[in-house]
Design a protein around this ligand. Structure first.
Ligand code: ACM
Length: 317
C-alpha cells in the first residue's frame, strides 16, 4: 500500500460475491448452497456454485471485509456482483425458506439482499461499495457505485438512477480482447480492439443530462488473464493500449489520434527501456504467437447480440 501511495495510486480491492466464489467454497463448503466439497475451479467461465443465504455466510463476508478494510485505505471496496447464476437458489428448499423469512419474492432479489447487507456494513465503516453492473438488476443502496462493463447500458441506467459510475465498457477497454483480426494474435478473445478504438473511449455517455453526467466518476480498463500464460503475454495485451486509455481518461476531450500516434512512437522507446514487451504495430513476434489455439473470437455483431441479452434486466428507473 505504501509503495502505491507514494506513486499516488489507490489500490481498490475486490472480494467477489455472491457468484465467482468457487475458491471460497472449496475452502469453506458451508458457505455454498449444496454444502458439497468442491475443488478450486481452474477454468474460464461462469460457475453455477454460488453463496447460500445464511446469516453465518453474511457474517463470514463482513468479517472478511473487516480484514480487507484494515489492509486497504481505499474509500471504494469492490464486492463483485457479476455473472451470478440463480439456478441453485431456485432449486434449493432452504434458500426458498430463507426467501420467505426475508420476504424476498424473486431469486434476482436474493443477490440484491446480499449486496445490501455488505453495503450496510461498508457504509457503517465509512467506505463505499463498488460492484459490477449486474447489481443494478435490483434495488441498490444509494451509496453504491456501479462499474459498467457490459457496454455502457449500466453507466446510463446507474447515472439516471442517481448512482455513481465507473465506465469500463468491454467493447472499448477490455484489454484481454484481441488486438486485430489476425489469426496469429495469441489466444484471441472476443472482438478486435485496436489502440485507436481504445483511444476513442469516452466514459461519459452522450445521452446523460449534465446533472446525470456528474455521476460518471471516470473510467477504468479491465484485463483478465485466463487466456494469458505469462506476465510477458500480459504486457502484450496491455501495452500500448493502456497508454491510449490513460490519455483518453486524463487528456482533453478533444483528441487527435494521429498526433497521439506520433507521441506514442516516442513513448515506445521508454517502454523498451523498462522492458515492457508491448504489441508492435505489425503484430505478434514469434514468441507471442500461439499457433493452433483458437481462443474465443467473436464478431462485433455476435458480441452486441450477446450483451443486449445480458443487459435486458437493467432498467433506468
Ligand atoms: C466481468 O468482466 N465479468 C466483470
Amino acid at each position: 500500500m505504501a509503495y502505491a501511495a507514494e506513486r499516488f495510486i489507490t489500490v481498490v480491492p475486490e472480494i467477489e460475491t455472491p457468484g465467482h466464489v468457487q475458491a471460497a467454497l472449496a475452502a469453506y463448503p458451508e458457505l455454498g448452497v449444496t454444502g458439497e466439497q468442491v475443488q478450486v475451479w481452474p477454468r474460464w467461465g461462469i460457475n453455477k456454485n454460488v453463496l447460500n443465504t445464511e446469516e453465518s455466510t453474511v457474517t463470514f463476508f463482513t468479517n472478511v471485509l473487516d480484514e480487507v478494510l484494515d489492509l486497504f485505505p481505499s474509500t471504494f471496496i469492490g464486492v463483485g456482483g457479476d455473472e451470478c447464476p440463480r439456478d441453485q437458489w431456485v432449486a434449493d428448499p432452504r434458500t426458498q425458506e430463507r426467501m420467505e423469512e426475508l420476504d424476498i419474492a424473486h431469486e434476482a432479489d436474493v443477490q440484491t439482499w446480499f449486496t445490501r447487507r455488505l453495503d450496510d456494513h461498508l457504509t457503517k465503516a465509512g467506505r463505499r461499495l463498488f460492484g459490477w453492473d449486474e447489481i443494478l438488476e435490483g434495488d441498490l443502496a444509494p451509496g453504491a457505485t456501479v462499474a459498467s462493463w457490459r457496454g455502457m447500458a449500466g453507466a446510463v441506467a446507474a447515472a439516471k438512477r442517481g448512482h455513481d459510475v465507473v465506465a469500463c465498457p468491454d467493447d472499448r477497454v477490455y484489454l484481454d480482447y484481441r488486438q486485430s483480426e489476425s489469426l496469429e494474435e495469441p489466444i484471441p478473445v472476443s472482438i478486435p480492439l485496436t489502440v485507436e478504438d481504445v483511444y476513442a473511449f469516452e466514459p461519459v455517455p452522450s445521452e446523460l443530462s449534465p446533472e446525470e453526467a456528474k455521476h460518471i466518476l471516470g473510467g477504468q480498463a479491465n484485463i483478465w488473464t485466463e487466456h494469458m500464460d505469462s506476465p510477458r503475454t500480459v504486457d502484450y495485451l496491455a501495452f500500448p493500449r493502456l497508454c491510449a486509455v490513460a490519455e483518453a481518461l486524463w487528456g482533453p476531450a478533444e483528441r487527435d489520434f494521429a498526433e497521439f500516434s506520433a507521441r506514442l512512437d516516442q513513448h515506445l522507446s521508454r517502454l523498451d527501456a523498462v522492458g515492457v514487451e508491448y504489441r508492435h504495430a505489425d503484430g505478434p513476434k514469434p514468441w507471442q504467437k500461439r499457433p493452433g489455439i483458437p481462443g474465443r473470437p467473436a464478431s462485433r455483431e455476435e458480441r452486441a447480440a450477446h450483451i443486449a441479452e445480458l443487459v435486458e434486466n437493467i432498467t433506468a428507473s
